[in-house]
Design a protein around this ligand. Structure first.
Ligand SMILES: [Fe+2]
Length: 295
C-alpha cells in the first residue's frame, strides 16, 4: 500500500509547547525552519467557571512568544471542538492575524450542539465562523513548510490530525503511551471509528514525532506531550502491542461508561462551536447557557 498522505520527514519544524495546568492541555507554536512563519495549535482561553470570568493568561503567553521571536502567525489550528477547555483562537487572531482552521465536520458538531443549546437561527451551522474547513488530505502551507490534515473521527466527528514535516499534532486521537486514548462516548463519537482513525496515525513513519493535546501524568509521572509512532505502536496501553479492534471497542465502551462529563464541557462547547467566540444574549452581553439533563 502506498502512503496516501504527502509526508515530508526531511523537514523538521521547530515546536514549542505550552502546558496549561488548569485543563491539562498542551498548546503549540510550530515554526517553519526556513522562514518566520508559524502556526498555533490548540490554544486555551482561561475560565473561572464558578465566577463566570474569562481571562487570557495562557493565550497572552503564546502571543508574547510569537512577538518576542519575531514570528508571523499564519494559522490558528483547532484539532477538534474541545469539550474540556475553551479556545482562544479569535483573541489571538485579533492581535496576531492568521486563519482559524478546523475539520469540515464542524458542521455536524454545530448541528448536534445547536440543538442541545437550543440556539436560534442566528447561530450558523455551516462552519462559516472559521476561515478554513479541512477535509481528509487537504494541504496548506506554513511559510515554506507544507502541512496537511488527516481526518480522524471517533472521539468527535470533526477531529483531524495535522502533520507538518516530521511532526504530527494528534489532538485527542491518542494520549501518551501510558495514557492510551481519549473517550469515544460524546455525541457523534464511536470507539470502532476511533480505533480506525488511530491506525491512520500509526501508519505514519515510525520516527514521526507525535504531539499530544492533553496529558494527565498517570501514576504521578511528570507531564509529557511528545512521543513517536514507533513508541505508540509498541507501548500504547489501549492500541499498542497488537491489541485488536474488538479489544479496543470492548475496553473503550466499558471505560467510557464510568467517566463523568468534563468539568468545562458546557462552556467549552458553546464557545468552541463558534470558533472561540463567546455567545451573546439578545442585548449583546457575553452569556452562557446551562441546558439541564441534556448531556
Ligand atoms: Fe477533546
Amino acid at each position: 500500500m502506498t502512503d496516501p498522505y504527502p509526508v515530508r520527514m526531511d523537514i523538521r519544524p521547530d515546536v514549542q509547547a505550552f502546558f496549561d495546568p488548569a485543563t491539562n492541555t498542551i498548546s503549540y507554536i510550530v515554526k517553519d525552519p526556513t522562514s518566520d512563519a508559524c502556526a498555533i495549535v490548540d490554544s486555551v482561553m482561561d475560565i473561572d467557571y464558578a465566577a463566570g470570568r474569562i481571562t487570557h493568561d495562557h493565550a497572552d503567553e503564546l502571543i508574547r512568544q510569537v512577538r518576542a521571536r519575531g514570528l508571523r502567525l499564519e494559522w490558528i489550528i483547532e484539532t477538534h471542538v474541545h469539550a474540556d477547555h475553551l479556545s482562544a483562537a479569535p483573541y489571538i487572531q485579533q492581535q496576531l492575524g492568521g486563519k482559524i482552521g478546523i475539520g469540515a465536520n464542524i458542521q455536524v458538531v454545530q448541528e448536534t450542539f445547536g440543538k442541545v443549546f437550543n440556539e436560534g437561527t442566528e447561530f450558523q451551522r455551516d462552519g462559516s465562523q472559521f476561515d478554513r474547513l479541512f477535509h481528509d488530505g487537504d494541504r496548506y502551507m506554513v511559510g515554506n513548510m507544507p502541512a496537511f490534515a488527516i481526518y480522524t473521527p471517533g472521539h468527535t466527528p470533526a477531529c483531524m490530525v495535522h502533520v507538518t514535516g516530521d511532526a504530527a499534532f494528534v489532538g485527542d486521537t491518542l494520549f501518551m503511551p501510558d495514557g492510551g486514548s481519549a473517550r469515544a462516548d460524546f455525541p457523534g463519537g464511536d470507539p470502532a471509528t476511533l480505533y480506525d482513525s488511530i491506525q491512520k496515525v500509526l501508519a505514519l513513519p515510525d520516527e514521526m514525532r507525535l504531539f499530544m493535546c492533553h496529558d494527565y501524568g498517570p501514576d504521578g509521572r511528570e507531564i509529557a506531550w511528545e512521543t513517536t509512532v514507533a513508541e505508540q505502536k509498541a507501548h500504547n496501553i489501549h492500541v499498542g502491542g497488537g491489541k485488536t479492534r474488538d479489544d479496543f471497542v470492548r475496553f473503550r465502551t466499558e471505560r467510557d461508561a464510568t467517566l463523568e462529563m468534563p468539568r468545562l464541557i458546557i462552556p467549552s462547547l458553546q464557545v468552541n462551536m463558534r470558533a472561540g467566540e463567546v455567545p451573546r444574549d439578545k442585548d449583546g452581553r457575553p452569556m452562557l447557557k446551562v441546558p439541564l439533563n441534556a448531556l
